[in-house]
Design a protein. Structure first.
Length: 238
């Protein structure tokens, strides 16, 4: 599969508005921010599945983001997904990529899957810590029972505290989950590790991929390169 992806990248193709720059990065067109197709996060290789821009008030961009799936566990889950939940999008081994990318079936696979995943945000505008958590709060409050109580206790309290930091234009935020842990690195601060966080992992990813995401065009953009995970596995020869 790596050989297949390298071949696609080498062609310098324009895929759904995301530019293959030099075979190793994809550029988000509105902000000009680039993201590596493969990125080592927490010691594990991750594959980029799409990029997008978070717009505020319909007038300016706040950050560009790249969505990543942990390559080993994610690709295994992806193959099972294509064979089962997404089987209706596959005909004679060919995926209807356009329909799949617009489907809640795909978004649910992303936010509910147990594989590692990450979002890499590159800010193009100054944002206060309060603005960061306010952007998350609406989605989290819909996904977490008794949010008012949960936000005063670990692990949600720890996540909110870790995210509640000002971010300046030019700085980055990297959020990833693996197993039962959440990790967050904001700006020049050290990585914050939140253990025993299973109860908030799915709600966190629903911020971007749930039924009421932080922004619908952003959600769509962050799956625009889902082909990087590969197509259906070839059928075994009879």
């Amino acid at each position: 599969m790596k050989k297949w992806m390298a071949g696609i990248a080498a062609l310098g193709l324009l895929v759904g508005g995301a530019v293959w720059a030099d075979g190793t990065t994809v550029t988000e067109p509105e902000t000009g921010k680039s993201f590596e197709v493969h990125k080592t996060i927490g010691g594990q290789d991750h594959t980029l599945i799409g990029v997008g821009a978070r717009e505020a008030y319909g007038s300016f961009n706040v950050y560009a983001s790249g969505m990543y799936i942990q390559t080993d566990s994610g690709v295994r889950s992806w193959q099972r997904f294509l064979e089962n939940q997404a089987a209706s999008f596959v005909t004679n081994g060919q995926v209807n990529w356009s329909a799949l990318k617009d489907s809640n079936t795909l978004y649910q696979w992303i936010y509910s899957g147990s594989f590692g995943k990450a979002i890499w945000m590159k800010f193009v505008r100054d944002v206060t810590g309060q603005q960061v958590i306010d952007a998350y709060k609406d989605s989290l409050s819909r996904s977490i029972d008794d949010y008012a109580t949960a936000v005063t206790q670990s692990p949600l309290k720890d996540f909110i505290e870790a995210a509640n930091h000002d971010v300046a234009a030019g700085q980055e935020m990297l959020l990833w989950t693996r197993g039962s842990k959440v990790y967050l690195k904001s700006g020049s601060r050290d990585v914050v590790e939140i253990p025993d966080a299973t109860s908030i992992i799915r709600p966190i990813w629903r911020i971007w991929f749930g039924p009421n995401p932080i922004q619908v065009p952003l959600r769509r953009g962050m799956v625009n390169n889902i082909e990087n995970l590969g197509g259906p596995a070839a059928a075994a020869a009879p």
